[in-house]
Design a protein around this ligand. Structure first.
Ligand SMILES: Cc1cc2nc3c(=O)[nH]c(=O)nc-3n(C[C@H](O)[C@H](O)[C@H](O)COP(=O)(O)OP(=O)(O)OC[C@H]3O[C@@H](n4cnc5c(N)ncnc54)[C@H](O)[C@@H]3O)c2cc1C
Length: 449
């Protein structure tokens, strides 16, 4: 594995190397099939950079449609966020709700996007079923927990919102009902359960996708960092790696938070990667689960702006995630780990002494538009990209890859119009990471109210 990725990046080198995933729990549960580096000069119809949910879904759909596809990843499938996440396969992907989307894009476009969110969850469920991928699924939808009494009204509002816009009947529980539902914690004041979505083991999903894409005929190459992008005299793309070159008619960028500012230059300033971290405990005994009163396997998160997300895994380990430090340095990593442990202990006091050997970080990606992008790269012929799922890419990243394949082959689900809106640049350009400590500080204050 390389120590870093080619190109110019926003974070310190640590973010792009092996250190943040040394203790990734998912890597102990599954190993996607190893993909050899590309060897020599090759060609294909579509080349995909990035073997995460986005790139593998695009490759699978293209290969099934009969296209000759090559996927190149600097590491191995699932090395990026796709092998590091909480496994919440749920609604989301944009940072705007229906009203926010409607204000910017019109009610019709907002409706189209919400339908796509739901289609994205169904897409992953169908993939798992169609390809027989065993990904340790559990949870009937997801549960939002009020972290302060002042957020109880937000649960009621949320229930009305989901009923109105998704036509479903969410459940709201008052504080006193939480223990009987196995959701006991001194921290929470009520719960809203939205019955859409499920949890999965992301590394098992990646392993299954890798197998499926290969079986469909896609050629997958790991340890193949694309260090330069050029065009030949016919306008075809030329992708250069240390061990080989690909000549391709179409190019798909599926690098999300790990893309470089200058590969291609269009990406520069348009994506804001943000770190998220997860800790996982050892398996908890039945006695320990009862002592805390947390026995539910619902995937859950809290009402904070800087939210925590957590779920009891099938083998009774607790997974607990949170927004990480704005620095990708050993000090930033240690500070997040300390904060994660402090917050975990406060929410689950009966598990205070429990060993949490697994802790890791990864990059998600935000867009200035506050909506995901899946479409043609402006000004670059035959070049496509799908990225910026705002920390919700298990379902939406998978679907966005599928959508790009549909755009290229002309058959398949239509892309919601607002997802093709050109990605705007962040105002601060290369300095945009500096807004994070300010935003995080502001959110921390808001979360106390
Ligand atoms: C800690 C954490 C928790 C999360 N939890 C959830 C969750 O519970 N639910 C949810 O929906 N989402 C979650 N997410 C977000 C989700 O994981 C991402 O949105 C999704 O995985 C993005 O997939 P991707 O395929 O687009 O990109 P990635 O999986 O990040 O893959 C990008 C790939 O590009 C490759 N690459 C980059 N540059 C090059 C190059 N020059 N040459 C070759 N290859 C290159 C990298 O090696 C990498 O493998 C979480 C993310 C993190 C980090």
């Amino acid at each position: 594995m390389p120590d870093t990725l080619p190109g110019r990046h926003l974070y310190e080198p640590m973010a792009y190397g092996p250190a943040p995933i040394a203790d990734n729990f998912w890597r102990t549960t599954a190993t996607p099939p190893a993909c050899p580096p590309i060897d020599g000069a090759q060609h294909c119809e579509t080349a995909v950079i990035g073997a995460g949910f986005t790139g593998l879904n695009a490759a699978l759909a293209l290969a099934r449609a009969g296209q000759d596809v090559v996927v190149l990843d600097a590491n191995q499938p699932g090395w990026g966020a796709s092998g590091r996440n909480g496994g919440f396969c749920c609604l989301g992907g944009a940072k705007l709700d229906f009203d926010g989307l409607a204000k910017r894009h019109g009610a019709g476009a907002a409706r189209e996007y919400l339908d796509a969110e739901r289609a994205a969850v169904d897409h992953v469920a169908a993939l798992l079923a169609d390809h027989g991928i065993e990904a340790d699924t559990h949870s009937r939808g997801e549960t939002l927990l009020a972290h302060r009494a002042s957020r109880i009204a937000a649960l009621q509002d949320g229930a009305a919102y989901y009923q109105r816009h998704y036509g479903i009947a969410p459940t709201v529980l008052p504080r006193e009902a939480l223990p009987e539902h196995g959701l006991n914690s001194p921290e929470f004041h009520g719960a809203l359960t939205v019955p859409i979505g499920f949890a999965l083991n992301p590394m098992k999903y990646i392993a299954g996708l890798t197998d499926a894409a290969r079986a469909a005929g896609a050629r997958l190459h790991g340890n193949s960092p694309v260090a330069a992008l050029r065009r030949d005299a016919t306008g075809a793309h030329l992708l250069h790696t240390p061990t080989g070159t690909i000549r391709a008619t179409n190019l798909i960028l599926a690098t999300n938070g790990y893309g470089a500012e200058d590969l291609p230059r269009w990406l520069g300033g348009r994506v804001l990667p943000v770190q998220s971290s997860i800790l996982v405990t050892r398996p908890l005994s039945g006695h320990e689960l009862t002592a805390q009163g947390w026995t539910s396997r619902q995937m859950s998160y809290d009402t904070r702006h800087l939210l925590h997300y957590f779920r009891l895994l099938p083998d009774n380990r607790m997974l607990f995630g949170l927004r990480a430090d704005y620095r990708a340095t050993p000090a930033g990593f240690a500070a997040t780990r300390k904060r994660a442990r402090r917050d975990f202990d406060r929410m689950f006091p009966a598990w205070r002494g429990v060993d949490t050997a697994h802790f890791w970080s990864g990059l998600v990606a935000l867009a200035r538009n506050l909506t995901p992008f899946a479409g043609q790269v402006p000004g670059m012929d035959n070049t496509w990209a799908a990225l910026c799922y705002h920390g919700n890419g298990v379902a939406m990243g998978s679907y966005a890859g599928r959508l790009l394949a549909a755009r290229i082959t002309g058959t398949g689900p239509p892309t919601p119009g607002l997802m093709s809106a050109p990605l705007r640049r962040f105002e601060l350009g290369s300095w945009r990471r500096l807004i994070l400590p300010l935003v995080y500080g502001w959110y921390e204050i808001q979360d106390q109210i």
